[in-house]
Write a protein that binds this ligand. Structure first.
Ligand code: HEC
Ligand code: HEC
Length: 241
C-alpha cells in the first residue's frame, strides 16, 4: 500500500477485500490461496485463433489506419509515451491472439487505451488482429507457463534498480513520465500470463528500448538469471494496483 498513488489505486484493493471478506468458515484458507492465485496470474491463453484471411487483413488495415494510428503509429511502430509499439517481432511472437483481442475489446484501465469493444464489432476486432499479424508473421513462441517460483522481496530491489528507470517506480509507465509501459498495473498484469512476462523479460521487446535481460544477452551489466526473473515477476504480481 505504501507505494501507491492516488485514490483510484487505494479503492481497487479495498473492493477486493470486501469481495473476499464474506467467506465465513473458509476465511482461513482464503488469503493464502488468493495470494497463490495472484502470483500465478491468468491461465495460459490461446496463441492463435484469428484466421490469416486476406480480406480480414485489408478490413483490419482500414480500421487500424483510422482508429489506432494516432497513438500506435502508421506502421504500428508505437509513439513513445502515447501508445506502445505493436509491430515488434518478439512481442508478436509472445502475444497470444486471446490477449490482443481482450486488450482491444476491454482496453487497459487507467491508460488512454479505451475499451474498443464498445465501438467495434467482434469481427472488426478480429480483423485488426489479422492485420497486426500480417505486419509480423512470427511463429508463436513457446511460452514457459510453469508455476511461478519467485520471491517478491528479492524482486523489489531488482525492479527498483533496473526496471523503474523506464517503467516508473510504481510501474505506472507513461504516467510516471517513463518511456516503458505501465507494467505495474493490475489491468496489464491480469491480462498477461507468466509465460508472456518471462518471454518478454528474457528476449526483450524487439524494436524498442526493452532489451533482453537474459543472462546470455550481449549487454554485460544488470542481466537477470532465471531465478531473478521469477522474483521480479512475483514482485510485480504482489504489488499490482
Ligand atoms: C488514445 C491513444 C490510443 C488509441 C487511439 C489506441 N491505443 Fe492501444 N494502447 C494505448 C495505450 C496508452 C496502451 C497501454 C500502455 C500501457 O499499458 O502503459 C495501449 C495498449 C495497446 C495494446 C497492448 C500492447 C502491449 O504492449 O501490451 C494493444 C494490442 C493495442 N493497444 C491495440 C490498439 C488498437 C488495435 C487500437 C485501435 C482500435 C488502439 N490500440 C487504439 C493507446 C491507444
Ligand atoms: C531502458 C528502458 C527499459 C528498461 C531498463 C526496462 N524496460 Fe521494459 N520496456 C521498455 C520499453 C520502451 C517497452 C515497450 C514500450 C513500447 O512498446 O512503447 C518495455 C516493455 C516491457 C514489457 C512489455 C509490456 C507490455 O505492455 O506488453 C515488459 C513485461 C517489460 N518491459 C518488463 C521489464 C522489466 C521486468 C524490466 C526490469 C528487469 C524492464 N522491463 C526494464 C523499456 C525498458
Amino acid at each position: 500500500m505504501k507505494r501507491m498513488v492516488g485514490m483510484v489505486v487505494l479503492l481497487l484493493p479495498l473492493s477486493g477485500l470486501f469481495a473476499g471478506g464474506c467467506g465465513g468458515s473458509e476465511e482461513e484458507a482464503g488469503p493464502e490461496e488468493a495470494q497463490a492465485a495472484q502470483l500465478q496470474g491468468p491461465v495460459p491463453q490461446k496463441m492463435r485463433e484469428v484466421a490469416a484471411d486476406p480480406k480480414m487483413v485489408e478490413a483490419g488495415k482500414q480500421i487500424f489506419q483510422t482508429t489506432c494510428v494516432g497513438c500506435h503509429g502508421k506502421h504500428a511502430e508505437g509513439m513513445i509515451g502515447i501508445g506502445p509499439q505493436l509491430n515488434s517481432d518478439t512481442f508478436m511472437a509472445a502475444a497470444p491472439d486471446e490477449f490482443l483481442i481482450r486488450t482491444i475489446t476491454n482496453g487497459r484501465a487507467g491508460t488512454t487505451m479505451i475499451a474498443w469493444g464498445e465501438q467495434l464489432k467482434k469481427n472488426q476486432i478480429y480483423s485488426v488482429v489479422a492485420y497486426l499479424r500480417s505486419l509480423n508473421p512470427a511463429q508463436p513462441a513457446t511460452l514457459d507457463e510453469s508455476p511461478l517460483q519467485g520471491d517478491p522481496d528479492q524482486g523489489e530491489p531488482l525492479f527498483q534498480q533496473i526496471c523503474a528507470a523506464c517503467h516508473g517506480s510504481h510501474g505506472a509507465g507513461y504516467q510516471e513520465t517513463a518511456n516503458g509501459t505501465g507494467i505495474g498495473r493490475k489491468a496489464f498484469l491480469d491480462s498477461v500470463s507468466n509465460g508472456y512476462l518471462r518471454y518478454i523479460i528474457k528476449h526483450g521487446k524487439s524494436g524498442t528500448k526493452m532489451r533482453p535481460f537474459d543472462e546470455s544477452s550481449k549487454v554485460a551489466v544488470a542481466n537477470l538469471n532465471d531465478d531473478q526473473i521469477e522474483d521480479v515477476i512475483a514482485y510485480l504480481r504482489t504489488n499490482a494496483w
